[in-house]
Write a protein of this length. Structure first.
Length: 209
């Protein structure tokens, strides 16, 4: 076992679950870094909206975002509130902001926290690795390969409810960034099936050369 693998497993063990109140077994969670990377991206591209986005959060949620460590677990609904508030402010004037924020999150905070999982020799190595990058950002659920071939793969989201297409679009941007980092050229990430549009699964067809 390499030192890098040991370190990645140690980081995975550091996932500190938030206390889940009785009756909230179906609640979903994400890392605080998911929200912070969104705010950092907005701070660079649309700083005028950051105050309004934070003001949209309940005081307790705002406090949690400020106090939680990057790898601490927070309710997924907080990320949704941030994305929705930002989209309400700049969605019309900058319709691709959410995809670009997903790419930025991988390129910046993702590479800082999990470069060993992202920077693989090829897109295929990244997509088929044993340790799931999805597990390090969201709970419950997983992202699994359901079809693959030369220079392509179909990835399916299972066991996690996006609740908004903003999640799917952000993830699309993340796919593009990750596959480029791993050496993919002319990368395409097509979100062909979406539960928010009535499909049974969310799926992405990824292509590269």
């Amino acid at each position: 076992m390499t030192k890098r693998t040991i370190e990645l497993r140690r980081k995975r063990a550091e996932w500190r679950p938030a206390a889940t109140p009785p009756g909230a077994r179906g609640e979903m969670f994400t890392r605080a870094s998911t929200v912070r990377s969104t705010l950092a991206f907005l701070g660079q591209t649309a700083p005028e909206v950051v105050g309004d986005v934070l003001a949209a959060l309940a005081p307790a949620d705002h406090k949690l975002v400020r106090s939680a460590g990057d790898t601490d677990e927070i309710p997924y609904r907080i990320a949704l509130a941030v994305w929705r508030a930002a989209d309400g402010s700049i969605g019309q004037s900058d319709p691709t902001w959410i995809e670009r924020s997903g790419a930025w999150a991988i390129e910046q905070s993702g590479m800082r926290l999990y470069s060993g999982l992202i920077k693989k020799p090829s897109p295929h190595d990244f997509l088929t690795q044993q340790i799931s990058l999805f597990h390090l950002y969201y709970r419950p659920g997983d992202m699994v390969v359901v079809d693959q071939g030369p220079k392509r793969a179909v990835m399916r989201l299972v066991g996690f409810e996006p609740a908004d297409t903003l999640f799917c679009r952000r993830l699309t941007g993340g796919w593009l960034a990750a596959l480029r980092i791993t050496g993919g050229k002319d990368v395409i990430a097509a979100h062909d099936r979406c539960t928010m549009e009535g499909d049974a699964f969310c799926e992405w067809e990824l292509r590269w050369r």
